[in-house]
Write a protein that binds this ligand. Structure first.
Ligand code: ASP
Ligand code: MG
Length: 463
């Protein structure tokens, strides 16, 4: 069995669903279990409807529900076989009537609780999974719908519910392989329910998490996350086009990349798969023949020192000097206490005896933070900085990486440098205006030669 997860854009229209059906059909002999997100921006729309309701905008929320029904019905009718149209309409009616009742109830109460947010937010995946099931039948597959709330059991932390793994795994193992005998199992991502059967959700973007949980529960041979990129690249394509595809990457490296700005996948979501040693593949639904990127639990042997260059943009650099001489202790504590008080995470830190440089991503409280720090230190802050991060497990045992970086960046002002404690990254800060030339120079330095076992050269640009 394999798990195949398709996000909102992959199921946003009849044409997109047809493409998904083609991809799944071509892999039918591997017994796919399909996890889908809500169609397009449906989750956002549902939350907007809930908000309109509690603000008493009756005309507005009724109109939005109407539009959402139209959208689902229009796209679904194009991919649902004629003989199932009556059933489709009935099911849409049922769901949208229920939703309308719920929303009207909220309007009366004028209050939105996390529990009602989940109740309303769940409709996106409940509808998309049902529609995709019927569509698969239209495109000549046997398909069975599974309401995820039967198998994904969570605690009561609505909008951020945490699965009860033993219970969820045992239900998945009891239900899914048996259903898979009848056809392709289709289930909605993101949603679950408490032991008592109350609907919950796993947090925004939770469908990847559902896919990993489902894969772990059924002992899938592989989990495929279908997106709109070819996988992980050696450089962020919005900064440097023409990066090479990374064919295999370790979970630790992928996590590091995600932390430093690569948006392909949130690593926490695939932990259940990695714990069970199930590889996770990132694949492109617009180019299904590209083999994508495989994320594995173990380290990946590689001739190259660096696997990828990630960037975290629009960060703020703070240089903090102690005004009193060498305050022996307590200086760092006082500094971090300020960031803590304003709930501002610090990303990178470098220290010397009397000064500390650090970066923050969220500059919402910057002015107040600087004011507070100035009570005991001199502070300079600079906006529009970028963290550039080299990631690769080989960095830890290859001498001379920093020298290569400095040589390659001759003439570019490096504002701060730090080697993460994980030892699989080397990060430094440059001004936003230097980011393109920085990434280009490093890419040239570290990826002119490629280990063919790990990278697929992008011939288009580097021919
Ligand atoms: N539909 C949910 C969201 O938009 C979950 C997901 O798409 O992963 O957050
Ligand atoms: Mg998503």
């Amino acid at each position: 069995m394999i798990v195949m997860k398709f996000g909102g854009t992959s199921v946003e229209s009849a044409a997109a669903i047809e493409r998904v059906a083609g991809i799944v059909k071509a892999r039918q002999e591997r017994t796919p279990v399909v996890v889908v997100s809500a169609m397009g921006k449906t989750t956002n729309k549902l939350l907007a409807i809930a908000n309109a309701a509690i603000h008493g905008e009756r005309h507005d929320y009724l109109q939005q529900i109407h539009d959402l029904r139209d959208y689902h019905s229009r796209e679904a009718r194009r991919v649902v076989p004629l003989e199932h149209r009556v059933e489709l309409d009935r099911t849409l009616d049922e769901h949208f009537q229920e939703l309308t009742e719920l929303v009207k109830g909220l309007a009366v109460l004028g209050e939105l609780t996390p529990r009602s947010i989940d109740a309303i937010g769940s409709y996106g995946e409940r509808l998309s999974s049902y529609i995709v099931t019927l569509a698969f039948r239209h495109f000549g597959m046997q398909a069975v719908h599974l309401d995820s709330r039967r198998v994904i059991v969570t605690d009561k932390r609505h909008t951020q519910a945490v699965p009860n793994f033993p219970e969820t795994y045992s239900r998945l193992a009891a239900v899914v392989p048996a259903l898979a005998q009848e056809g392709v199992v289709v289930m909605g991502g993101f949603i679950g329910s408490t032991e008592e059967g109350v609907t919950t959700t796993l947090g925004r973007g939770g469908s990847d998490f559902t896919a990993a949980i489902a894969g772990a529960g059924i002992g899938a041979e592989e989990i495929q996350i279908w997106t709109d990129v070819d996988g992980m690249l050696t450089a962020d394509p919005t900064i440097l086009p023409g990066g090479h595809r990374v064919k295999t990457i370790s979970f630790a490296e992928a996590a590091e990349l995600a932390y430093f700005g690569a948006k392909v996948l949130h690593p926490a979501t695939v932990v259940p798969a990695i714990e069970k040693n199930i590889p996770v593949l990132i694949l492109n639904s617009r180019r299904p023949d590209v083999p994508g990127t495989r994320i594995v639990a173990q380290t990946v042997a590689c001739e190259n020192v660096v696997k990828s260059i990630a960037c975290k943009r629009k960060i703020t650099l703070l240089n903090i000097h102690s005004t009193r001489m060498l305050m022996a202790h307590g200086f760092l504590r006082r500094i971090f206490e300020v960031f803590d008080r304003f709930e501002t995470p610090v990303d990178m830190v470098a220290t010397s005896e009397v000064s500390v440089s650090l970066t923050i991503d969220n500059s919402q409280h910057l002015d107040t933070i600087v004011k507070e720090l100035r009570q005991f230190a001199e502070v300079e802050s600079e906006k529009d900085q970028t963290i550039v991060c080299l990631v690769g497990e080989n960095i830890r045992h290859t001498p001379g990486v920093a020298r290569r970086v400095f040589d390659a960046l001759d003439g570019i002002n490096i504002r701060m440098i730090s080697q993460g404690a994980s030892l699989l990254n080397l990060s430094f800060v440059v001004a936003e205006k230097d980011v393109t030339s920085t990434v280009a120079a490093l890419h040239e330095e570290f990826f002119s030669e490629l280990d063919p076992a790990v990278f697929e050269r992008n011939e288009a640009v580097h021919a």
